[in-house]
Design a protein around this ligand. Structure first.
Ligand code: AMP
Length: 220
C-alpha cells in the first residue's frame, strides 16, 4: 500500500528539512509546490513569469494553478509507492480538490508540524538556501556552501522580515483552517516542530507508523 503524506505547518516549521529525510526513508517523491514554482521562476517559463511577483510579496498563487501542478505531478509513474506533499494544500479549496483527486486512490496521512509565530520569525531571519539545488541549511552563518551540491548559500527573497510577516498572515487566514479540516481524521497527527531536528523526525516516523501501519500502510 502506498504512503500518501501531507506535511502541514507554518513557513519555517521544518517541512522541507523533514520532507528530505522522510522521502529517503520511504523512497517516495518529495513534491514541494514552492520548489516547483521557484524552479519555474529560475527557468523563466510562462508559469515562472506569472508567479514571480506573487511569491516575492508572500501571497498565495491561485488555487487552480497549484492544484493543476500537483494533480499532474501525482499522476506520474514514480508515485506508485506514494508521495510527500510539502506546501500543498494551503487552502481549504485546495484540500477539497486533493480529496476529490484521491478518491479511490487511498487515504492521506497528514502530519502537522507545529511552531509558534515567534519561533517562525526567529528561524526565518537566519535561514539560508542553496542557490543551486534549493536545499535548506541549519542556522549556521559560518557555512557558505551547500553540503549537498556545493552551491552558494543565499537568503530566500521571501524570507525578508516584512514578507515573512505577510506569509504568516496568509498562513493564519488561509492555511491554519486546514487543521480543523483534517483534524478529526484518524490519519491526522501533530508534532512539536520546536524540538531538535532528529527528535522531530523520530516523532513524525512514530506517528506515521502508528496511523499508516494501522491501515496496513508501509512502515519505515
Ligand atoms: P514554500 O516554499 O512552500 O514556502 O512556498 C513559497 C511560496 O510559493 C509561497 O509563499 C506561495 O507564494 C507559493 N506557494 C507554494 N505552494 C503553494 C500553494 N499550495 N498554494 C499557493 N501558493 C503556493
Amino acid at each position: 500500500m502506498a504512503l500518501n503524506l501531507v506535511l502541514l505547518g507554518p513557513p519555517g516549521a521544518g517541512k522541507g528539512t523533514q520532507a528530505a529525510r522522510l522521502t529517503r526513508l520511504w523512497s517516495i517523491p518529495h513534491i514541494s509546490t514552492g520548489a516547483i514554482l521557484r524552479d519555474a521562476i529560475k527557468a523563466g517559463t510562462p508559469l515562472g513569469l506569472e508567479v514571480k511577483a506573487i511569491i516575492e510579496r508572500g501571497a498565495l498563487v491561485d488555487d487552480t494553478t497549484v492544484t493543476r501542478i500537483v494533480c499532474e505531478r501525482v499522476s506520474a509513474p514514480d508515485v506508485a509507492r506514494g508521495f510527500l506533499l510539502d506546501g500543498f494544500p494551503r487552502t481549504v479549496a485546495q484540500a477539497q480538490s486533493l480529496d476529490s483527486f484521491m478518491h479511490s486512490r487511498g487515504d492521506l496521512v497528514i502530519v502537522e508540524i507545529a511552531l509558534s509565530e515567534q519561533d517562525v520569525l526567529h528561524r526565518l531571519a537566519s535561514r539560508m538556501v542553496c542557490s543551486e539545488c534549493g536545499a535548506n541549511t541549519q542556522d549556521d552563518r559560518e557555512v557558505s556552501t551547500c553540503h549537498d551540491c556545493g552551491g552558494a548559500l543565499v537568503p530566500r527573497v521571501d524570507d525578508r522580515e516584512q514578507v515573512v510577516k505577510e506569509r504568516l498572515n496568509v498562513y493564519r487566514r488561509q492555511t491554519a483552517p486546514l487543521v480543523e479540516f483534517y483534524g478529526s481524521r484518524p490519519t491526522y497527527c501533530r508534532v512539536d516542530g520546536a524540538r531538535m531536528v532528529d527528535d522531530v523526525t523520530a516523532a513524525i516516523v512514530g506517528a506515521i507508523n502508528a496511523c499508516a501501519g494501522e491501515n496496513g500502510g508501509p512502515r519505515a
